[in-house]
Design a protein. Structure first.
Length: 568
């Protein structure tokens, strides 16, 4: 039997999660309601709205975890269907020092597309540890860029942008571990579809949209004619079901899951329209502005569906009405990435390389310039292409030098390295030599990242074979469950035992992560503890019976917390 001590326990009763029923770690309740608990009791759960509800618990000696063993346990019922980016169940984390712990639900978010509705669990700790980039192989030899990565049913999938033969293009691959990739088939057989342009998990299925990543070939010429946009649904093995033509574009640039529907956004050739899938039928939801620009991103947040074109930001008011909320703030020329961090929307832009934040009052903040310093080229050519929230921090991928950055605070970003390079690089005049970090995916507790050639053509593959590869990095330590836990009551437990981090689902261990040799994670921080909020986003759904233990719970004790054995 393990030696554990219940340090704090928050039940609901009359004031959701305010009162610590064991010690004195009482909290302040902000907009948290009551609802039915796991046992059906009418006031057995704290209900969080995903917008502004959370519980803040001041720092106390019993909450300081340090380097000791500890355990957390909580009943969770996530929102279903989702209407916002998934969020943090609890956190005690200092983002500037990169120190502390968090337990969160998150959906896989591949490149330009919004968040999938599959609810994955991540239990993470950190004290400023960063591991080396690990080469996870190249899905296809003649492909120079992987536009999309996504976690689905416990596996990692990748789509390619091009190949030297059309029949080899537009394929999806599944990672087999190490550097191995298995072919999962092509999106149809039309040679005018060259790229797997977008992917998303929605309602238990994997979807993929067609396109041609190279913007030059999107406009028909004497040598190539792009095919019109289609969306496919994965049927297993190498089979994809064609769900038909979507509008009149040539690129399905982005997807999002929102309130039970799959939404997709088209390029300017498709007049910047958004479509919704209803019973395998595509319904036109209108166009952004005058429809003369791409729909670059679609993301749900706080019960609202957001989208942006190259220059402007919008929110969806239903039917086919999109309302503009931003027009080229800070004189940006294009928007390429969106991500929620700290409960707010962040945007990655061209050409200065600004990352912008949308504030609660509707104003915009510039939180930093990434890429080449001002004045290094005749005109600015920095593009923040991808943004990812991972284990408490925000990461960015940048063109033209395929650089990886980490956000520290407003105006302060850490350059973590350059992922690909070309010897013929000479600044703004040679775009085929530019490199981009296109996609992030949090999977198996690590941050997977793709980098390659800017135009993503097969002819751009470098001799060294660095383009079109998938790599992974570890920041801190994270144990993740990369399958959908659904929207019913689920018991989660996270345990730190020695050098191992364990994650339990309904009393059964489903993941573990080992600390790197020679490194001890000291989680000491004086920051408050939050329930229903953290470095990623506000939680939407219900929580019940949150417990914090000193010491590592044994598996039978975790099962007892989950009510699976006597003694709960």
């Amino acid at each position: 039997m393990s030696k554990t001590q219940l340090a704090a326990r928050w039940l609901v009763k009359n004031n959701p999660f305010e009162k610590d029923n064991v010690g004195n770690c009482h909290g302040d309740n902000f907009n948290v309601g009551c609802g039915a608990g796991p046992d059906g009791s009418p006031d057995g759960a704290a209900v969080f709205n995903g917008k502004n509800s959370y519980v803040e618990i001041p720092d106390a000696p019993s909450l300081r975890l340090g380097s000791d063993d500890f355990s957390v346990a909580v009943w969770v019922r996530a929102e279903k269907p989702i209407s916002s980016v998934l969020g943090d169940i609890f956190s005690k984390f200092d983002p500037e020092q990169r120190c502390g712990v968090n337990l969160q639900l998150r959906g896989s978010s591949p490149a330009y597309s919004g968040m999938s509705d599959a609810r994955h669990v991540h239990f993470g700790i950190d004290d400023s540890y960063v591991g080396e980039l690990v080469d996870c192989g190249k899905p296809w030899p003649s492909n120079s860029l992987v536009p999309v990565l996504i976690g689905y049913n416990g596996d990692l999938y990748a789509g390619i942008s091009d190949a030297d033969r059309p029949k080899d293009a537009a394929h999806v691959f599944r990672w087999g571990g190490g550097k191995q990739w298995m072919d999962c088939g092509r999106l149809g057989d039309n040679p005018g579809h060259l790229s797997v342009q977008s992917m998303l998990v929605h309602d238990g299925k994997l979807y993929a949209g067609t396109g041609v990543f190279d913007w030059v070939r999107n406009h028909a010429d004497n040598n190539f004619t792009p095919a019109l946009t289609h969306v496919y649904r994965y049927e297993g093995n190498t089979t994809w079901k064609d769900l038909g033509q979507v509008g009149d574009g040539v690129r399905v640039l982005c997807m999002a899951s929102f309130q039970g529907h799959l939404y997709v956004g088209l390029d300017r050739i498709g007049s910047g329209h958004v479509f919704r899938l209803e019973n395998d039928r595509w319904v036109d939801c209108g166009k952004l502005g005058e429809g003369k620009d791409n729909v670059e991103n679609i993301v749900p947040l706080n019960g609202v569906l957001y989208a942006n074109s190259h220059k402007r930001m919008y929110l969806f008011e239903g039917i086919n009405k999109w309302v503009e909320i931003g027009n080229q703030p800070f004189d940006i020329q294009q928007i390429h990435a969106t991500q929620v961090y700290g409960g707010k929307m962040y945007y990655g832009t061209w050409s200065q390389g600004y990352t912008l934040r949308h504030e609660n009052d509707g104003t915009w903040s510039n939180v930093g310039r990434l890429g080449l310093p001002e004045g290094q080229t005749q005109k600015p050519i920095n593009e923040v292409i991808s943004l990812a929230a991972y284990n408490g921090k925000l990461y960015a991928g940048v063109l033209p030098k395929a650089q990886l950055y980490r956000y520290e605070s407003d105006g302060h970003w850490t350059l973590m390295g350059r992922l690909v390079s070309r010897p013929e690089w000479n600044g703004e005049e040679n775009t085929p030599a530019w490199g981009r970090v296109t996609c992030f995916c949090v999977f198996q507790g690590r941050l997977f990242v793709t980098a390659g050639a800017s135009q993503a053509r097969a002819c751009d593959v470098d001799v060294e074979g660095t383009h079109g590869r998938v790599m992974a990095m570890q920041a801190g330590l994270n144990a993740s469950y990369d399958r959908d836990i659904g929207g019913e009551w689920t018991h989660l437990a996270g345990v730190r035992q020695g050098k191992t981090l364990k994650l339990y689902l309904n009393g059964v261990q489903v993941a573990a992560a080992e600390m790197p040799a020679g490194h001890t994670f000291d989680l000491s921080t004086s920051k408050p503890m939050y329930i229903g909020f953290g470095p990623h986003n506000y939680f939407t759904g219900a929580l019940s019976d949150f417990r914090l233990y000193k010491g590592a719970l044994a598996k039978d004790e975790v099962a007892a917390c989950a009510g699976l054995v006597k003694g709960n």
